[in-house]
Write a protein that binds this ligand. Structure first.
Ligand code: FMN
Length: 209
């Protein structure tokens, strides 16, 4: 049904907009935050949040994150072919934010954000010990984004297969991971964040109880 009296603003990103701030990321919100830990070829640790992050497949379980610029995380993932996605939670918001500081390659953001590490089982990067879930990943592919003119951009999408999953037992209830108990943090637009504190359930049309 068409609603009356609604007016829409339209703009073409290529030509710009007349808003004080770019609304793009506020529209695609909330975005999960992949808090990516990696090591470089010398074993030096790195940690940074990426909200251009998501799951892309269940079988095989696969995730992606995208780097705007050739940042340390993508560099490390390309050279060592491994990364870990730690679940960023409301309780870890400050530390997550600190780990996003633009610092020299050799700076360990685990130390910068005063975060303890815990070892992974199948990959070299450590996980964030305080995070209630972490995905150990091996790199499947790194795609360099091209624009509509076919021009390569300095945007790099890292695809990884999840080979190991850590779950804090306290987030499990009746064998289910209780998302609202973990209180994941999500990125909205501008400097805004959201956190998941409640969920509701719906069955798909072809599902029965
Ligand atoms: C919540 C949040 C989400 C972010 N998401 C991205 C992202 O998706 N892609 C990106 O390139 N930078 C993103 N950034 C910025 C990076 O975290 C930042 O540039 C960081 O220094 C990169 O670290 P690295 O060079 O160690 O990889 C984000 C920052 C914050 C705080």
């Amino acid at each position: 049904m068409l609603e009356r009296n609604r007016s829409f603003r339209f703009y073409q990103p290529e030509l710009g907009h007349d808003l004080p701030h770019d609304p793009f990321k506020a529209i695609i919100a909330p975005r999960p935050i992949g808090w990516i830990s990696t090591v470089d070829e010398h074993g030096r640790q790195n940690l940074a949040p990426y909200s251009y992050f998501n799951a892309v497949s269940t079988r095989p379980p696969a995730v992606m994150f995208s780097s705007e610029g050739t940042k340390d995380s993508v560099r490390n993932a390309m050279s060592t072919r491994e990364f870990v996605c730690n679940l960023a939670t409301a309780a870890l918001a400050e530390a997550m934010n600190q780990s996003s500081a633009s610092v020299a390659r050799e700076v360990n953001e685990f130390e910068l954000a005063k975060l303890a590490t815990a070892p992974c089982r199948l990959v070299r990067p450590p996980r964030v010990a305080a995070s209630p879930a972490a995905l150990e990943c091996k790199v499947l592919d790194v795609l360099q984004l091209r624009d509509l003119d076919g021009q390569p951009t300095d945007r790099h999408v890292v695809l990884g297969q999840v080979v190991g999953i850590h779950i804090d037992e306290s987030c499990l209830e009746n064998g289910r991971f209780m998302t609202a108990k973990a209180v994941p943090l999500a990125r909205c637009g501008y400097n805004d964040y959201a956190s998941v504190t409640s969920v509701f359930s719906m069955l798909r049309p072809d599902e029965v109880l």
